[in-house]
Design a protein around this ligand. Structure first.
Ligand SMILES: [Zn+2]
Length: 143
């Protein structure tokens, strides 16, 4: 696959240094769960300090149209530490990790369909924006 080609300097531009450092720390702690990776961007679930997972979408190259469900972003509309964490994680990931993320939801849909779930497509679509649901679906035993 073609990895999203982020311009990290542009993503960080105009952001307070403390916010960038916190985002990088989140990435280093492994708090970013890459859900979908496209050549044009990424969707991730990022766990915050209080254990709440936020849904983050960032498009290449600079995340100027990024979205996050955290209160910080919703109040200010400015790129938050979760956006930094997501981009940093993508840039730090190896090809295998990016490939795994790129095919993740397709594999999950196939698995649920094999298990006989009629609503597999709908469930996985909802799970894109519902971190707890995604974990539950992926944790379901194969029967
Ligand atoms: Zn955020």
């Amino acid at each position: 696959m073609l990895a999203p080609d982020f311009d990290y300097d542009a993503v960080r531009r105009d952001m307070p240094e403390a916010r960038v450092m916190r985002g990088e720390a989140y990435a280093a702690k492994g708090w970013v769960d890459l859900v979908e990776v496209f050549p044009t961007g990424v969707l991730a679930h990022v766990t915050g300090e209080r254990g709440i997972a936020y849904v983050v979408e960032v498009a290449v190259p600079d995340g100027s149209d990024a979205r996050c469900t955290c209160p910080d972003f919703e109040d200010s509309g400015l790129r938050c530490k979760h956006v930094v964490a997501t981009v940093f994680t993508v840039l730090d990931a190896d090809d295998a990790a990016l490939e795994a993320a790129a095919g993740r939801l397709t594999r999950l849909t196939d698995l649920l369909e094999m298990e006989g779930r009629d609503d597999a497509g709908l469930a996985v679509e909802r799970a894109r924006r519902d971190p707890a649901l995604l974990r539950a679906l992926e944790g379901e035993p194969v029967s």
